[in-house]
Design a protein around this ligand. Structure first.
Ligand code: SF4
Length: 476
């Protein structure tokens, strides 16, 4: 048979390879007659173009497991992968339909080896991409990464799900991908210099990493295996490692010599009521502790910690994002314009503000100073994560019957997943121990609506969501 050229462009694209393989297979071209090409080597290869071949056989069905394997194998940089996959396809459709189950077969073994390498590389990308905020105040994040294989298209949907609420871009030498909050957009490769190498979150992340680094469990060999040195350039925490490793022995010794801390045991729920201290006292002492919190840098420019407030036997807990300008000055949650709107909405929904506990996912006001004005700035993912310890303690101590998440930040902080707020609002989500969570919008979002009728509609929507509390959360 005359040699045939089958073009796959881009070379890692499953749809492109499938189409070329389907035409060659239907034209009855055996694997040894096909030369697989991509844009890079196109002009150097002679032969009949596969796309011009007439079909002489009906199309064949292949198992889904083959297509899934092919999708991973194509992302490998091995130049022979297209031919390997076509050989497998040919054999599966010419008498060995269960070929993939024969693990001793050389082609099958090689294909799984390539797929495994791609999975490993994808895992590293998920673990070692570090976004840095652009210094232009746009709230956009950019990360630089150098994958071994063609995995950007494969891994990008993971980042879109994981960081759905952020606008971000990942730059690599061969391809870039951008997420604008709604869709992924792929583009050409970039250079390291196109990505920032420092942002203001870096110090926060380093502080957090240093605080969770356990010197007693240090195993440099394992650490290098898990976090290969070639990724260190992108990892802010890697800059701390030499010093953390150097002082690990000293710090471990110090831990051994220090007086033991009181062991905090988990108490079964049934016994907890008997042995737990007065809830009121405990919430107050937690509030006192939180007022001294320095776990992230937000405490510094803010006036004070704004802890939750409300009756200690409240059945409903409302969680917002963070205190605003007026809350920061007053030291109380929801006292500014958004708080006033919330009061009105609660009253209209038949709920007294004085009966609910109000708090925020983040306890310090994050802002940007413009002259004399302090403009609200959304807390970063790390602020929310770090501050979650306080919110978790409030929930644990208050034991509310229902938690209302006001806005996406609160919902993400409470449910610990990416929430599609506008799709999930007005619905009950299970939390833990029978506690239900109700998702709705933040009152400040209502205030931001442009035009009287839009604002009124948004307000009525909030009231409708809050009214669900009277029918479900409080029924015994
Ligand atoms: S924002 Fe939260 S974690 Fe950060 S300093 Fe304030 S209380 Fe502590």
């Amino acid at each position: 048979m005359n040699p045939v050229r089958a073009n796959v462009d881009p070379s890692y694209d499953l749809a492109a390879w499938r189409e070329a393989a389907r035409i060659a297979l239907q034209a009855g071209v055996p694997p040894e007659a096909v030369t697989w090409i991509s844009a890079a080597n196109d002009s150097l290869i002679s032969g009949v173009d596969a796309s011009t071949l007439p079909a002489s056989a009906p199309s064949s069905k292949v198992p889904a497991s083959f297509l899934s394997l092919a999708g991973a194998v194509l992302c490998h940089r091995d130049e022979n992968r297209h031919a390997l996959l076509y050989r497998l396809l040919w054999r599966i459709t010419h008498g060995t339909p269960k070929l993939l189950a024969i693990s001793t077969d050389a082609d099958v073994h090689r294909a799984y080896e390539l797929a495994k390498a791609v999975q490993r590389d994808s895992h590293k990308m998920k673990a070692f991409v570090r976004f840095r905020e652009l210094a232009n105040g746009s709230d956009d994040f950019v990360a630089w990464f150098e994958p071994e294989h063609w995995i950007v298209d494969r891994v990008a949907p993971f980042f879109a799900r994981r960081f759905a609420g952020m606008r971000w871009a990942i730059l690599t030498p061969y391809r870039s991908v951008r997420w604008d909050g709604a869709a992924l957009e792929f583009g050409a490769g970039q250079t390291r210099a196109d990505a920032p190498d420092y942002d203001s979150e870096e110090t926060l992340w380093q502080t957090y990493y240093a605080s969770i680094f356990n010197p007693a469990r240090l195993n440099p060999r394992m650490m290098r295996q898990e976090m290969p040195q070639k990724y260190w350039g992108n990892l802010p925490e890697a800059r701390l490692l030499p010093e953390l490793i150097r002082t690990a022995g000293e710090r471990t010794q110090d831990m051994v010599e220090r007086a033991p801390l009181q062991v905090r045991r988990r108490v079964p729920a049934a016994l907890a009521a008997e042995v737990a201290p007065q809830r009121d006292d405990t919430l107050i002492s937690t509030q006192r502790e939180a007022s001294r919190c320095r776990a992230c840098e937000l405490w510094q420019p803010a006036t004070q910690t704004v802890f939750g407030e409300g009756p200690t036997d409240a059945r409903i807990m409302l969680v917002g994002e963070q205190p605003g300008d007026q809350e920061d000055l007053a030291g109380r949650p929801f006292v500014g314009p958004a708080g006033k709107l919330l009061d009105r909405a609660l009253a209209q929904a038949g709920i007294e503000r004085s009966a609910v506990y109000l708090t925020n996912a983040v306890k310090h006001f994050r802002f940007e100073r413009r002259g004399k004005v302090r403009l609200h700035k959304s807390p970063g993912a790390l602020h929310i994560k770090t501050c979650n310890a306080w919110l978790a303690r409030e929930i644990q101590l208050l034991k509310p019957r229902a938690i209302v998440c006001l806005g996406a930040t609160a919902a993400n902080a409470v449910l610990k997943r990416d929430v599609q707020l506008m799709h999930e609002r007005g619905s009950w989500q299970p939390f833990a121990d029978g506690v239900q969570t109700l998702l709705t919008v933040h009152p400040s979002w209502v205030l931001r609506q442009v035009g009287g009728s839009a604002r009124e509609a948004a307000y009525q929507g909030l009231v409708r969501d809050l009214a669900l509390l009277t029918t479900v959360a409080l029924s015994d």
